[in-house]
Design a protein around this ligand. Structure first.
Ligand SMILES: *Cc1c(COP(=O)(O)O)cnc(C)c1O
Length: 459
């Protein structure tokens, strides 16, 4: 794997799985007799390792995916070797997770009394936060009674909120309609007056507002809601304040970037990833909850077979099982702990700053190219742009830009992803990549212009 990582710059950013290799994965018959470790490893090297989606590569900026660090990889191997069961128990691995939660609370400006739990990803982290909010603010015992015959519980997140919230409101039985999609301003931040109006209107209609969701770093453009103002509104209205900080919350690690996420530490809960902008291997995310008791009140159970004792292996109970859904939980905390120990916070802060500078650099290249257009402000690490040419219809521009994106990927040059900004197709680079260098962005823009001339030049 180390040799593989070292060879990445010489490899295509992505290549499809060849048909003959894809065919080898189609047999429904499991192997009756093993081929041995050597044989299985050889197959891994031949048929799997060369064909990932590309997210290790220096020119991968699609969606928002982290790249994984060598140390994180080795920590995961140690964790798998120990195979610790980190529901809790009287063991060092649980102490590691407690320490990691305390470190992360400190890094994001949350009080040291905060609780939290590591999970597989930002989606789960955010949904756990929303569930604590629902339990704390419903005004009745949701766990016991469910939502039967109650006023609709409503929550508020901008129209730019990531899709985790739709999954969350549906999964928690609130219903998709319970997510009030508040419009955004010119910079894609939640419109505060619109938010206040929505809360008032819902109260007038007999609904029960319970939670405001702010985003620190939207998935589309990296916009950061006015967290300070959202915290004020939540306080005045008696609502829970949850922040989805999937990648953007990590800006708090940098002294220079911290003002962008001012108010983050006033959240009641923050969901964020460690496998995006802390570059750790998947899956690693965290939800922090200001009131640890509220989290346990929302999740803890005490069946007989998990009886707590004051002594022995189960002394200390199962604090992590009591703060979320998972019971058997792997030792995710080790890669976080080892990475912070080995590299130090300042290294991560410097890499995050580097990615933001690269976003500005890319935005500058786009501004400097007459046939390219920046489609949204670049407050953080996400750059949305497209090819434009006068006299070409909006629909044709969308198609041309979609084709440019696919050719960039298929030719193995780079992996941006696509989105729509105010209804128009955009190429989007979300830079959470510690392997990218300035030359990589030069190359992206050069090749985009070349392909644009091929695809869009003839008109
Ligand atoms: C990626 C992302 C999520 C979801 O996180 P996963 O780790 O992919 O589950 C939520 N919100 C935002 C803003 C994101 O970028």
């Amino acid at each position: 794997m180390l040799a593989h990582l070292a060879s990445l710059p010489q490899q295509p950013a992505w290549q499809p799985v060849p048909d003959d290799i894809a065919a080898r994965f189609l047999s429904p018959e499991p192997p009756r007799e093993g081929i041995g470790a050597e044989g299985a490893y050889q197959e891994f090297r031949d048929t799997i390792l060369p064909y990932p989606n590309g997210n290790l590569h220096p020119r991968f900026w699609g969606w928002v995916q982290g790249n994984g660090t060598p140390l994180g990889m080795m920590a995961d191997m140690l964790a798998a070797g120990m195979n610790a069961h980190v529901a809790g128990f009287n063991q060092a691995p649980s102490r590691v997770e407690h320490q990691v939660i305390a470190w992360l609370a400190s890094l994001l400006g949350m009080p040291p009394t905060s609780g939290g739990v590591l999970v597989t990803g930002g989606t789960i982290a955010n949904i756990l936060g929303l569930n604590v909010a629902r339990h704390a603010k419903a005004g009745f015992d949701v766990r016991e009674e469910g939502l039967h015959g109650r006023p609709m519980l409503t929550c508020y997140g901008s129209s730019e909120t990531h899709g985790w919230l739709q999954k969350g409101v549906e999964l928690l039985g609130l219903g998709n309609r319970a997510w009030r999609r508040v419009p955004v301003d010119a910079e894609f931040r939640v419109d505060l007056a619109g938010l206040k109006r929505a809360i008032v209107a819902d109260r007038m209609a007999g609904h029960h507002p319970f939670c405001i969701i702010g985003t620190a770093g939207t998935v589309n453009t990296g916009a950061i809601d006015d967290l300070e103002a959202l915290a004020d509104i939540a306080r005045d209205e008696g609502l829970w304040f949850h922040v989805d900080g999937a990648f953007g919350a990590l800006a708090h690690l940098s002294e220079d970037l911290r003002p962008l996420v001012r108010g983050l530490g006033r959240a009641d809960s923050i969901g964020f990833d460690l496998h995006k902008w802390m570059y750790l291997p998947f899956g690693a995310a965290c939800v922090l909850i200001r009131d640890d008791a509220a989290q346990r009140a929302a999740f803890a159970t005490s069946p007989d077979y998990l009886r707590r004792e004051a002594r022995g292996v189960i002394a200390g109970g199962l604090p992590f099982a009591d703060r979320g859904i998972d019971l058997t939980r792997p030792f995710w905390a080790l890669k976080v702990w080892m990475s912070l120990k080995a590299h130090g916070v300042d290294t991560f802060a410097a890499l995050i700053e580097q990615n933001c500078r690269q976003a500005q650099y890319l935005a500058g290249l786009v501004r400097g190219a007459s046939e390219l257009e920046l489609m949204a402000p670049v407050p953080l690490n996400v750059v949305c742009f497209r090819f434009v040419r006068s006299g070409v219809s909006p629909g044709d521009l969308d198609r041309i830009n979609g084709e440019i994106l696919l050719r960039l990927q298929e030719e193995g040059i780079a992996v941006p992803s696509g989105t729509r900004v105010r209804g128009r197709y955009a190429l989007r680079c979300a830079i959470t990549n510690h392997r990218s260098r300035r030359e990589d962005f030069d190359r992206l823009v050069q090749e985009t212009r070349r392909i644009a001339a091929e695809v869009g030049g003839a008109g």
